[in-house]
Design a protein around this ligand. Structure first.
Ligand code: IMP
Ligand code: MG
Length: 191
């Protein structure tokens, strides 16, 4: 049986925004950009989960520095398309980052509330430095003024899924990033 090309659109997607190949190429470039800034020394990666799991796993394999990894879990949108109220820390750091160089990683920068909250939390631990890296940046949606140091792709205000990004916890496993079909963009489609 012929296998479906992994970059082909999923039936629940209105369109594919970035193919698996495009993501791979950009993640590799990001690894080089990060290396150019951090040099060859050790640093600590902090991944905001669940959304940044895939991006973090691929990005860290493009960096050959010695690195340490920790995760911070932030409350998600639930089944909603837009963030409601303030994000909450559900599980915090487990390793000491005092006097360490830190790279904070998230899947997407939207209103800016999540990364602002997590940056504040990380800074309380007195790292030697803190930089941020996001795969996607929805520049038009910012409510809190925040610019990431490393950005994979700037994107328009579309709700996207795949490559770690979810809608109601689905689609994280898609190898591409695409715009969710409007027929699925309301909670009743999932009843
Ligand atoms: P912010 O706090 O509004 O910047 O939102 C950041 C978080 O919202 C991300 O870590 C994602 O989990 C989620 N998010 C924002 N936009 C999207 C999207 O288009 N698809 C899936 N998740 C999103
Ligand atoms: Mg997230």
């Amino acid at each position: 049986m012929p296998t479906k090309p992994r970059t082909q659109g999923h039936p629940d997607l209105e369109s594919v925004m970035f193919t698996e190949e495009q993501i791979k190429t950009r993640v590799r470039e990001l690894g080089q950009e990060i290396r150019a800034v951090f040099g060859s020394g050790e640093f600590t990666l902090i991944s905001i989960i669940n959304g940044a799991v895939m991006f973090t796993a691929d990005l860290m394999r493009e960096i050959d520095n010695p690195v340490r990894l920790d995760c911070i879990r932030i409350s998600s949108y639930g089944d909603k398309m837009k963030s409601v109220g303030a994000p909450q820390v559900v599980a915090s750091l487990t390793i000491d980052i005092t006097n360490r160089h830190v790279l904070l990683i998230d899947d997407i920068l939207d209103t800016g509330k999540t990364i602002t909250l997590v940056s504040g939390l990380v800074r309380k631990h007195n790292p030697a430095s803190l930089r941020t890296c996001v795969l996607l940046d929805k520049i038009g949606r910012r409510e809190v003024n925040f610019e990431a140091d490393f950005v994979g792709f700037k994107i328009p205000d579309k709700f996207v899924v795949g490559y770690g990004l979810d809608f109601a916890e689905r689609y994280r496993n898609l190898p591409c990033i695409g715009v969710l079909s409007p027929r699925l963009q309301n909670a009743s489609a999932w009843a």
